[in-house]
Design a binder for this molecule. Structure first.
Ligand SMILES: NC(=O)c1ccc[n+]([C@@H]2O[C@H](COP(=O)([O-])OP(=O)(O)OC[C@H]3O[C@@H](n4cnc5c(N)ncnc54)[C@H](OP(=O)(O)O)[C@@H]3O)[C@@H](O)[C@H]2O)c1
Length: 278
């Protein structure tokens, strides 16, 4: 039987290939740049069949919110997925507003995009990684996984599920040499707020929360900073949890979420987003 090859810690093997979902914008594009700069061969996904970016070797079309399109993607790219050394489950979009303001299909699509697709892609790359004795799966989760955001309940729920999936995989997969990295990112300045799906007309409370949320995102650090931290962890073949972002969001807020009584935490978040009732 052929000896299993472990991926080296400090530099990628000449042929190491990374697949970054959602590599056209924000953190995904910055990750593609950073990984290419470190010598990885980067494949990306986009919904746009015309997508191009210099540091992405090739783009593959995928609408991750559409179960049928994901099925096609998995079937058409089976061989390529077997060869992936690093999978970065990055693509995502928020769905802001009161739950009833979004059609049922939009709710399903958001869960497909943020949760089901990363699970299915992970399932598709694992056999190849295991056969080579190593690999890495990165999940772009969010601080929202532990610190729920108002009017982003679907997003918060999906990210919490994603982080729990990463933890569950980490517990059992170490023996195979595959690493799972749960990235609970704070706010970064990207296209995220501009691309967010929102109800046509917002109530006064929604508008107040949106204003706060958008201000936080717009004043966040650039995507390149998140990408550098994530790629450092990839190069070191690290699993576990990573919290890139500002000090308050990545240190104080998660600690508060862990230590504060739930009712107090929710009250504080409500007040912060100007949702407090008189
Ligand atoms: N920005 C932040 O503050 C922040 C914080 C925590 C976590 N995150 C997470 O980081 C990830 C990247 O977000 P970003 O801030 O870089 O946002 P972004 O600039 O809006 O980029 C989102 C990427 O996801 C792709 N995407 C969106 N919907 C898709 C769909 N239905 N199917 C396939 N691809 C889709 C887009 O590609 P196409 O349009 O080309 O298809 C785009 O490349 C997301 O998972 C987000 O939840 C972001």
């Amino acid at each position: 039987m052929a000896a299993k090859m472990r991926l080296p810690m400090s530099s990628p093997p000449a042929s190491a290939t990374a697949l970054v979902t959602g590599a056209t914008s924000g953190i995904g594009r910055a990750l593609a740049d950073e990984l290419t700069g470190r010598g990885y061969r980067v494949l990306g996904t986009s919904r746009d069949p015309q997508a191009r970016h210099p540091s992405v070797h090739a783009f593959l079309r995928l609408d991750a919110a559409d179960a049928a399109d994901r099925k096609r993607f998995l079937q058409e790219n089976r061989e390529m997925l077997y060869k992936i050394d690093i999978l970065v489950n990055n693509c995502g979009e928020g769905c802001f507003g009161d739950l009833s303001s979004h059609p049922g299909e939009a709710v399903t699509g958001a869960v497909q995009l943020l949760l089901e697709t990363p699970l299915q892609l992970t399932r598709a790359v694992l056999p190849g990684m295991r056969s080579r004795g190593g690999g890495q799966v990165v999940f772009m989760s969010s601080l929202a996984a532990v610190f729920p955001l108002p009017y982003l309940a679907i997003y918060s729920a999906a990210k919490a599920g994603l982080s729990q999936f990463a933890a569950g995989m980490e517990m059992t997969e170490d023996a195979d040499g595959v690493k799972f990295l749960d990235v609970q990112a704070g706010d970064f300045r990207t296209g995220f707020n501009r691309n967010m799906v929102r109800a046509g007309t917002m109530s006064a409370r929604e508008a107040a929360a949106w204003k706060r949320l958008e201000a936080l995102l717009e004043s966040g650090p650039p995507a390149e900073r998140a990408a550098r931290a994530i790629v450092r962890a990839i190069v070191r073949n690290r699993g576990g949890q990573l919290r890139p972002g500002g000090f308050f969001q990545t240190r104080v807020a998660p600690l508060g979420a862990r230590l504060l009584p739930r009712s107090l935490l929710l009250r504080m978040i409500r007040r912060y987003y100007r949702l407090s009732r008189a």
